[in-house]
Ligand binder design. Structure first.
Ligand SMILES: Nc1ncnc2c1ncn2[C@@H]1O[C@H](COP(=O)(O)OP(=O)(O)OP(=O)(O)O)[C@@H](O)[C@H]1O
Ligand SMILES: [Mg+2]
Length: 339
C-alpha cells in the first residue's frame, strides 16, 4: 500500500464518525493484551502481560519502578515490537494492521520528546496531519484541544519554553488529536499541579464516559481512587493481579453485588477507647498509618457508626475513607518484588 493510500484510509478513519472528537463516540472493543513479552538484549522488561481495558473504562497500570510499565505501553502504542503476544486495539490486531491500529490509539509518553522546537499549535497541527485529519477539521480540533488543556495563551510559544506541567498538558492534547478509541498514558500526572491533576482526572473520566478505553500508568495511588475503575498490578514484567472496583475501595463486585464496601480510617483522642468500641461492635480492625482501619459497607454504615461512637463518648477526631485495598495490594506486591 502506498503512503497516499494510507493517508486516505487514515483520513477516512479519522473523518466521519471520529470527527466529532471527544463526543458522540460509539463504544468500541477497547484494548486486549495477551501473552506479550519484550526483552532488550537479554534483559526481559516485559515477561508476560495479559490485560484488558474495556471501552468506556479507565484502567490503571500500577507497579514499582522497573516493573515494565513503560515498555508495555510502548509495545501497545506500536512503538516497540513485542517478542511475542497479541495486542488488539479497538478490535484491530496491532501486528496484522499496525497503521489501522495506531490510527485508533492515542499515546502520551512520560515526556513530550523531540518536538519541542515547534509551537504547541504547530505541534498539534503536525500531529493531525500525520494522522490524516483533513485541514479544515484539524484547525477546529486543535483549537478545541488547546482550550481543553488550557494552553490557548501559550499556543504560539515554542514548546521548549513551556513548564513541565504545561508540556504534560500539551502531550495530552497531542494524544487526542485524532480522537482515538484507546488512550495510553504514561505517568500523565507527573509534574502537574493539584488543579491540573483534577482537570486531568475529569478529562480522562469524560473520555471514558464517551466510550474511550483509557490505560494510565501511575504511582500516585491516592489519586487512582477517583480516576480508575480498576487497576492492573505489574511486577517483574508480569501482570500479576487485578483490583476491580478501585473507586469503591475493593473487590466488592466479585460476588456480583458490587457493594460499595471500603476501608475507613478512624482516629480518636483516646485510641484504646476507640479500639474497644469497635471490638464491642464486632468490627475487625487493622492498624493503619495514623489510625484504625475498619471495612464498612457504604457511607450510610459509616455515618451510623460515627453517630454511635460520638453518642458513646468516643472522642473521634478523624473518620474518612482510607486509600484502601489498592494501596495494600501495591505494598504487598512491592514487598514481594524486592525479595
Ligand atoms: N531500551 C532498553 N534497553 C535495556 N533495558 C531496558 C530498556 N528499556 C527498559 N529496560 C529495562 O526494562 C525494565 C523495565 O523498564 P520500564 O521502563 O518499562 O519500567 P517502568 O515500570 O516504566 O518503571 P518506572 O516506574 O521507573 O517508570 C527495567 O529493568 C529497565 O532497565
Ligand atoms: Mg516508566
Amino acid at each position: 500500500m502506498t503512503s497516499g493510500d494510507e493517508d486516505e484510509r487514515a483520513a477516512r478513519e479519522n473523518g466521519a464518525g471520529r470527527a466529532a472528537a471527544v463526543t458522540g463516540r460509539t463504544h468500541g472493543s477497547g484494548l486486549v493484551v495477551r501473552g506479550v513479552r519484550r526483552s532488550f538484549r537479554g534483559v526481559v522488561a516485559v515477561e508476560e502481560a495479559d490485560l484488558e481495558v474495556p471501552a468506556g473504562s479507565v484502567t490503571a497500570l500500577v507497579g514499582p519502578n522497573g516493573a515494565g510499565k513503560t515498555t508495555l505501553l510502548l509495545v501497545l502504542a506500536g512503538l516497540l515490537a513485542p517478542d511475542r503476544g497479541t495486542v488488539l486495539l479497538d478490535g484491530v490486531d496491532l501486528a496484522a494492521d499496525p497503521v489501522a491500529a495506531r490510527a485508533r490509539t492515542g499515546w502520551m509518553p512520560d515526556a513530550l520528546g523531540s518536538w519541542e522546537s515547534l509551537t504547541g499549535r504547530e505541534l498539534l497541527r503536525a500531529m493531525a496531519d500525520a494522522h490524516g485529519v483533513p485541514r479544515a477539521q484539524a484547525r477546529r480540533r486543535v483549537d478545541e484541544l488547546l482550550a481543553l488543556v488550557h494552553l490557548e495563551d501559550l499556543a504560539d510559544a515554542r514548546a521548549q519554553v513551556l513548564s513541565r506541567g504545561q508540556k504534560q498538558r500539551l502531550g495530552l492534547a497531542r494524544a487526542l488529536v485524532h480522537s482515538p478509541a484507546v488512550l495510553l498514558l504514561d505517568e500523565p500526572a507527573s509534574g502537574l499541579d493539584p488543579r491540573s491533576r483534577v482537570e486531568l482526572r475529569d478529562t480522562l473520566r469524560r473520555l471514558a464516559g464517551e466510550g474511550v478505553a483509557v490505560l494510565v500508568s501511575s504511582h500516585v495511588l491516592s489519586e487512582l481512587d477517583e480516576l480508575a475503575d480498576r487497576a492492573v498490578l505489574v511486577a517483574g514484567g508480569r501482570t500479576v493481579d487485578v483490583v476491580e472496583d478501585v473507586g469503591a475501595g475493593g473487590r466488592g463486585a466479585d460476588d456480583g453485588t458490587a457493594r460499595p464496601t471500603r476501608p475507613w480510617r478512624l482516629r480518636a483522642l483516646d485510641a484504646d477507647l476507640l479500639r474497644r468500641a469497635l471490638a464491642d461492635r464486632g468490627l475487625p480492625v487493622r492498624e493503619g498509618p495514623g489510625g484504625l482501619d475498619v471495612v464498612l459497607g457504604g457511607e450510610l454504615a459509616a455515618a451510623r457508626l460515627l453517630a454511635e461512637l460520638v453518642a458513646d463518648g468516643v472522642p473521634v477526631v478523624a473518620f474518612a475513607p482510607a486509600t484502601g485495598l489498592l494501596e495494600q495490594a501495591y505494598l504487598e506486591l512491592d514487598e514481594r518484588s524486592r525479595r
